[in-house]
Structure formats: C-alpha cells, structure tokens
Design a protein around this ligand. Sequence first.
Ligand code: SF4
Ligand code: SF4
Length: 90
Amino acid sequence: MKIELKEISQRAPGDPGDFIKVETEKCVGCGKCAIVCIVNLWRVHAGIASIIDEYKEKCLECGACYSVCEAGAINFSYPAGGTGVVYLNG
Ligand code: SF4
Ligand code: SF4
C-alpha cells in the first residue's frame, strides 16, 4: 500500500537542489528502490531505474531507496537546512 502524500508532508520554501541522483551505469534494474519507496517515486524501464521529475516535492527523505540499493547506484544527501520536508500531523 502506498501513502497519500498530501496528508503527511509538505516541502519547506526554497530549492533543496538535487538531493537524489541515479548513476544509471551502476543500476542493475533490481527494482528494490521502487518496492521500498512508500510514496512511489521510482520507475524501472528496460532495466534502468529513474526517479520521477517532481520527486523534490514528494520525497519524504527517508533514505530507504539509498539504503536498499546494493549496486550503489543511488546517491542521496539530505537537503540543506530549511529546505527539507516538513511532516504534518505528527
Ligand atoms: S535499487 Fe539500485 S540497482 Fe536496483 S533498480 Fe534501484 S537504482 Fe537500480
Ligand atoms: S528517500 Fe524515501 S521517499 Fe524519497 S525517494 Fe527514497 S525511498 Fe522514496
């Protein structure tokens, strides 16, 4: 089950920059990133993973995709202070 985004988070003002990048040459197409991302931001086509263009607006910054990628194809860093996700109702 995937979570309804608008109920749990919003993005703080300011551009966080690209905080997730995929090194496609390392990706083996296992799909673990897509399975673990609870907000469904990953796609795997032709054996290569990609994250959706609007991921900055929706990512929960949990780092799960980075953690499960055994191929080391995902680079993840937390956005600069003040530009990250804000959790609601928590
Ligand atoms: S977990 Fe890593 S290797 Fe597997 S599909 Fe995602 S990016 Fe590619
Ligand atoms: S950090 Fe978490 S929410 Fe963001 S893309 Fe990765 S698994 Fe999904």
